[in-house]
Design a protein around this ligand. Structure first.
Ligand code: PMP
Length: 450
């Protein structure tokens, strides 16, 4: 027994006997029984505040009564029918609502799927079909999912390529701006120009622009550590795309639906994308995703190439329509802005006290907190971050890390102010414990994927 959690320990080990180890397990014996709003309860009855809401698809919070009621009503009428042949009123209504949510006043259309990953595969297919070009530009550090197209567009390491390669061809990765680690005295403008030069290098050397179908970008990178590039960088890339007939596609699976303080994170940059991939929070955890794209692009693929039996499933669509109601009724993008400002203030106060908090990035209620050896060297401290999330877990916070050393702060957007205050009380205790060297990782955790 490592984490004073016998039942969770036992269930976890039984699970590991039957299930392939595909996920990254950061809380190895947290086995979740139920959840409500921003709170999660494990099989032993212990409660946690969920700081993982964006990843766990819970921008509107767990088991929101409106979502649950909409699903129950739909289940009584129709659970599923093959989306390859027929449709149903609930998914048709949702498709109409989603087309109207896209930024811009052009006509958009929707293609449903069941995961964020397949939505990104869809983007690659729609972009190639609409342009008749094969190349895709994506970004280092990006995460787009694990189907073949999505994994090929994301950040791949050598081991993964050795295991599952060859990947989808003609995907070129370019660096993503880092505003935290840069040359001394470099201005934001200079950083933008340096990364724009990186972006242009393939075009200036081996890659004809008229062979590129689309740029696929997370406007704010999520799994890389919540990183927002400078406006002028994204805008210059968009202008280059427009001038060269390259489609501009955004992956909003992590950052969309109010998370960053706007409905879509690309709206921070004043850009109307050609294609949007959305998923996760769109149906409060039910398996639904969508590509939302300009109508002429979406018409280019024809039938059969991007169809799934359960895409746009009516129960998932009912959940999703309820999610869209909640985002509007509870003004979640606006709440994300005000709560995000409050959370940022609290983190900045903690940063002033603790030398290991290197960077506080917060865009809406959507933060990446870099844990480093010290503020001067900015050296990532993965081990320190592991200790911090371990102690946070013991004290009732579900907090995971990104990119090895970045604390992921993305609670459900419905989190209450009292819950937020509780989060910061706990985090302060955890940071104090870490500074006083009071946290010891159990041996079995040292061997896990951190
Ligand atoms: N894109 C982004 C930006 C994501 O964060 C994720 C999930 N972490 C995905 C795509 C993949 O979504 P899914 O796990 O639903 O396939």
């Amino acid at each position: 027994m490592a984490w004073e959690n016998d039942l969770g320990d036992q269930l976890f080990h039984e699970n590991m006997n039957n299930v392939a180890p595909t996920g990254i397990v950061q809380y190895y014996n947290l086995v979740i029984k139920s959840a409500q709003g921003a709170e999660v309860t494990d099989v032993e009855g212990k409660q946690y505040i969920d700081l993982l809401g964006s990843a766990s698809a819970m921008n509107v919070g767990h088991n929101h009564p409106h979502v649950v009621a909409a699903m129950k009503q739909q289940i009584d009428e129709l659970v599923s029918y093959d989306a390859g042949y027929f449709t149903n009123p609930t998914s048709m209504k949702l498709a109409e609502r989603l087309t109207k949510l896209a930024p811009g006043d052009q006509k958009y259309k929707v293609a449903f799927g069941t995961s964020g990953s397949d939505a990104n595969d869809g983007i690659i297919k729609f972009a190639r079909a609409a342009t008749g070009r094969s190349y895709i530009i994506s970004f280092e550090g990006g995460y787009h999912g694990t189907t073949f197209g999505a994994i090929s567009a994301g950040a791949c390491d050598v081991n993964m390529v050795r295991k599952i390669g060859p990947l989808v061809p003609n995907i070129v990765h370019v660096p993503f701006p880092d505003l935290y680690r840069h040359y001394p005295n470099e201005t934001v403008h200079e950083i933008s120009m340096r990364y724009l030069a990186d972006f242009m290098r393939p075009f200036n050397t081996y890659l004809p622009a008229d062979e590129v179908a689309c740029v696929l970008i997370e406007p704010i990178q999520g799994d890389a550590g919540i990183i927002k590039p400078p406006d002028e960088y994204i805008q210059a890339i968009h202008t280059f795309c427009q001038a060269n007939g390259i489609l501009f596609a955004v992956d909003e699976i992590n950052q969309g639906l109010g998370r960053s303080g706007k409905m879509w994170s690309i709206e921070h940059f004043g850009i109307e994308p050609d294609l949007i991939a959305t998923g996760k929070s769109i149906a409060a955890g039910m398996p639904l995703s969508a590509v939302i794209g300009k109508a002429d692009i979406m018409d280019a693929l024809g039938t059969s190439a991007h169809v799934f039996t359960t895409a746009g499933n009516p129960v998932c669509a009912a959940a999703s329509s309820a999610v869209l109601d909640i985002i509007a009724d509870e003004k979640l993008p606006e709440k994300s802005v005000t709560d995000g400002e409050y959370a940022k203030e609290q983190f900045l106060k903690l940063q002033a006290r603790f030398d290991f908090i290197g960077d506080v990035r917060m865009f809406g209620l959507n933060g990446g907190i870099e844990i480093v050896k010290d503020k001067i060297s900015k050296t990532p401290d993965n081990n320190a971050a592991a200790q911090i999330i371990f102690r946070a877990f013991q004290k009732g916070l579900i907090l995971v890390k990104l990119a090895g050393n970045v604390l992921r702060f993305q609670p459900p957007l419905v989190i209450t102010r009292a819950q937020l205050d509780q989060v910061f009380t706990i985090l302060e205790e955890v940071f104090n414990d870490f500074q006083q060297d009071k946290i010891k990782l159990p041996d079995e955790l040292k061997n896990m994927v951190w």
